[in-house]
Write a protein that binds this ligand. Structure first.
Ligand SMILES: Nc1ncnc2c1ncn2[C@@H]1O[C@H](COP(=O)(O)OP(=O)(O)OP(=O)(O)O)[C@@H](O)[C@H]1O
Ligand SMILES: [Mg+2]
Length: 320
């Protein structure tokens, strides 16, 4: 049996009369990346704050264990096992990057020499050596974010919470951050990550949970979640109205877009499926001018599970 780094049962939290978390179960095995997705205000940061002892859960919440420690009974032990990079930076802009690091080393009661060694190592690892002596207020957003995570790692935590670690980063900085996160996991660290970027969850997470209306609307691997929603289809476009009409007759069940002269056929995108569609067109002696295959992605899942919005690229006619 694998050990769970994070285990929570029936997590509840309300602010005034607003229920934010309405019985959320979480189970994250050691050495894996778990990603919590959800629209703005879904309660991701609230969950991170509860699991990292910064905010208390409501009565009625079941047991919470972090790194094997009971959060209610021994919050000190939980704090010693974790690192948290909040959604909003913990970097003090008035002092240098190095001073920020040394401050964290102090907080973790490292000796002076150990603190200096750890700070130097992490500044190197996060490519901040050159900037280390400059006030953090002069750093770019990406540099600040790297410093934030470097600070989180000072205490050598086995479990880290990253609340939207790459929001606002350019694509290159985001990829660098992904590399860093993957390296941590290779070393056995467990990562609990919230993100607005579905691609990020797709890239990094072993398991993904979508939070909506205070509950986990769906949970699984990226592939499992993608299978939950329809959305895979083939789209055929025609230049000639007559060819379009013939194709529509040959492909009964296709969704018609008369204006665009396009047909949309539900499909899993497999070679077999595509061949069957093309065979039917061949039999009717029509040829499409354009064929595109759309496979569902996490965006489709997200839209389908949160807020009841239409699944993108699914025409309204499908609802009939
Ligand atoms: N201290 C607080 N007092 C009152 N309400 C709060 C407090 N903290 C959070 N909330 C409310 O709880 C809900 C969830 O907020 P939370 O910050 O957890 O969402 P989130 O999923 O992290 O959103 P985002 O994607 O915008 O970061 C929101 O409606 C928010 O207004
Ligand atoms: Mg948040």
């Amino acid at each position: 049996m694998t050990n769970l780094a994070i285990a929570a049962n029936g997590l509840r939290k309300s602010y005034d009369d607003k229920v934010v978390l309405d019985g959320v179960d979480l189970a994250v095995p050691e050495g894996t990346i778990f990603s919590l997705l959800g629209p703005n205000g879904a309660g991701k940061t609230t969950a991170v704050k509860i699991l990292s002892t910064l905010v208390s859960a409501d009565p009625g919440t079941g047991d919470i264990h972090i790194g094997g420690h009971d959060l209610a009974a021994d919050p000190q032990a939980v704090r010693a096992a974790i690192g948290v990079t909040g959604q909003f930076s913990a970097v003090d802009g008035l002092i240098t990057g190095e001073e920020n690091m040394l401050l964290m080393a102090d907080l973790h009661h490292l000796s002076r020499s150990e603190g200096r060694r750890t700070a130097a190592e992490l500044l190197e690892r996060f490519d901040l050596v050159e900037a280390a002596g400059k006030p953090a207020s002069s750093y770019s957003g990406g540099m600040k974010r790297r410093l934030d995570i470097a600070m989180t790692l000072v205490g050598n935590p086995r479990i880290i919470f990253l609340d939207e670690p790459t929001t606002g980063l350019d694509p290159r900085s985001r990829h660098t951050m992904w590399q860093i996160i993957r390296e941590l996991v290779r070393e056995g660290v467990t990562v609990f990550l919230t993100t607005q970027y579905l691609e990020e969850a797709d890239q990094l997470a072993d398991r993904i949970a979508v939070l909506n209306d205070g509950r986990i609307a769906a949970e699984g691997t990226a592939d499992q979640l993608k299978r939950l929603v329809p959305g895979g289809h083939v789209r055929l476009r025609f230049a000639d109205p007559a060819a379009y009409r013939n194709a529509a007759l040959a492909l009964r069940g296709a969704t018609r877009d008369d204006k665009a002269l396009a047909l949309q056929i539900p499909s899993d995108g497999s070679q077999r499926d595509l061949r069957a569609i093309l065979d039917r067109l061949d039999t009717a002696a029509v040829e499409a001018d354009e064929l595109t295959v759309h496979t569902p992605d996490l965006d489709d899942v997200f839209f389908a599970l949160t807020g009841g919005a239409d699944i993108p690229n699914q025409p309204k006619e499908n609802a009939r």
